[in-house]
Write a protein that binds this ligand. Structure first.
Ligand code: ZN
Length: 194
């Protein structure tokens, strides 16, 4: 592989990001976060040459097969885990042996960062192109159009709305965007080579 790929160091970094990502995915899929984290740790300890079946994961964790499969599906759909087909040692039935491939993990993480970047950018665009008003009592924020609609009076409590200066929020967004762009650039260099 080309690039300055320091496998051990980079893997450590990606594994941290992977853990965070999996917690988020589990939350979105309404799967148990703790269970998802536990299954991820098992997969991380699994030799990719061999893989591990859902039955074996059940045996280790005691979780129900349907729950284990749900987590495996979440990981697979996000391209974080993959499998190879094999045969059950006794029954000869087809078995799927799951494992984590760090190369696809790093690709999936870069992809995720790019989608976060897009969201931040459209948020920034929105903040820059709108004026905002705020209720001084309950801090609810309104766009100029909404505030105008409400005669600049908070529809919740009747207080007079005040202009809300979002310049510091814009600055925070710009900093986060710049940092993320740097991160993506350096990730891509490592993953694809320069
Ligand atoms: Zn109010």
């Amino acid at each position: 592989m080309k690039g300055e790929w320091n496998e051990k160091e980079d893997n450590k970094k990606y594994i941290e990001q992977l853990r965070e990502y999996v917690r988020l995915l589990a939350m979105k899929a309404e799967a148990d976060e703790k269970m998802a984290s536990e299954i991820l740790e098992i997969l991380l300890k699994t030799d990719p040459e061999r893989g591990i079946s859902d039955e074996e994961i059940e045996g280790i964790t005691g979780y129900r097969q349907s729950d284990v499969r749900k987590v495996l599906r979440v990981l697979y759909n996000a391209k974080l885990s993959t499998y190879k087909r094999g045969k059950h040692p006794e029954s000869e039935a087809t078995r799927y042996y799951w494992y984590i491939d760090m190369k696809s993990v790093s690709l999936a993480i870069v992809k995720r960062k790019k989608s976060v970047l897009e969201k931040l950018k459209s948020r920034l665009e929105y903040e820059k192109s709108h004026e905002f008003y705020k209720c001084p009592k309950d801090n609810t924020r309104y766009t100029f159009d909404d505030a105008f609609e409400y005669d600049f009076t908070c529809p919740k409590c009747g207080s007079l709305l005040e202009p809300d200066d979002n310049s510091s929020y814009i600055k925070v967004l710009e900093e986060r965007i710049a940092r993320l762009e740097e991160e993506i650039k350096s990730d891509e260099k490592k993953v694809f080579g320069s």
